[in-house]
Design a protein around this ligand. Structure first.
Ligand code: ZN
Ligand code: FE
Length: 267
């Protein structure tokens, strides 16, 4: 729960969808208004709204055009008339506001800054709420807990640049990504950094959470900086592993990133 301006409160929950997607549900508990991020399926959101008949879905935020993120938008919009925000560079169903890098928007009384983070897709955006105590980042399929999205459309250089931008956000930023990939990402992270104690501790923690049926998210940027190999391409030991994988001297951080990403694709 986060304090907002005007003494309102924000609660954030994950609605599971498909096998491993989460639809983030932002709730302004004072005004009983809510917003969702990347509703790939309308059903979990409509079920939640049916159980909370005095609540209004006011906004739908979209990070990128993949079906598991936009599949429920048209139906939800038709049902609720919620405003649909999405990346300007991609085709998004029912999109009403086309967002570009640097745009600032207000949702549930909160300001979000738009960050263009190409790589997974070319027009992928992230939503960042700058807050002194609890900054929030909704980053779709760009940054995952202990991993990053596959390069479906962009180049390794683009994705590395995008992740570098995200990594520069405050360490206590809450990281809300869209998939429960954390354990398999951590297995790869351990292959890259077998002697990293923070990764070992996270493996133990997340293994226990998943055995209990609990979500492994949100993460924090501080934790990602310590355990996510894709944010650790400057580390000598990470570079050496990347060099081993592609039998090259990866002499720039983005070359190390490219090697890690191709290794992970085959891992
Ligand atoms: Zn995607
Ligand atoms: Fe996805």
């Amino acid at each position: 729960c986060f304090a907002l301006g005007n003494c309102t409160m924000l609660q954030i929950d994950a609605l599971p969808a498909f096998n491993d997607n989460y639809i983030w549900l932002l709730q302004d508990t004072t005004q009983k208004r809510c917003a969702v991020v990347d509703p790939g399926d309308a059903a979990p959101v409509l079920e939640w709204l049916a159980r909370h008949p005095d609540w209004v879905l006011s906004d739908i935020l979209i990070t990128h055009h993949h079906f598991d993120h936009v599949g429920g938008v048209a139906q939800l919009h038709a049902h609720t008339n919620a405003k649909v925000w999405g990346p300007a560079l991609e085709t998004i169903p029912a999109r009403q506001v086309a967002l570009n890098d640097g745009d600032r928007i207000e949702v549930l009384g909160l300001e979000f800054q738009i960050l263009l983070v190409p790589g997974h897709t070319l027009g992928h955006i992230a939503y960042y709420h700058q807050d002194p105590t609890a900054p929030l980042l909704f980053c779709g399929d760009t940054l995952f807990a202990a991993g990053c999205g596959r390069l479906f459309e962009g180049t390794p250089e683009q994705m590395h640049h995008s992740l570098t931008r995200l990594a520069a956000l405050p360490a206590h930023t809450g990281v809300y990504c869209t998939h429960e990939y954390t354990l398999s990402n951590l297995r790869f992270a351990q292959a890259v950094e077998p002697n990293n104690p923070d990764i070992a501790a996270r493996v133990a923690q997340v293994t226990q959470w998943r055995a209990e049926g609990r979500i492994s998210l949100p993460s924090s940027m501080a934790l990602e900086l310590r355990t996510n190999p894709f944010l650790r391409v400057h580390e000598t030991s990470v570079k050496e592993k990347a060099d081993e994988w592609n039998s090259r001297d990866n002499d720039s951080p983005s070359a190390v990133f490219a090697s890690l990403r191709s290794w992970k694709d085959r891992f």
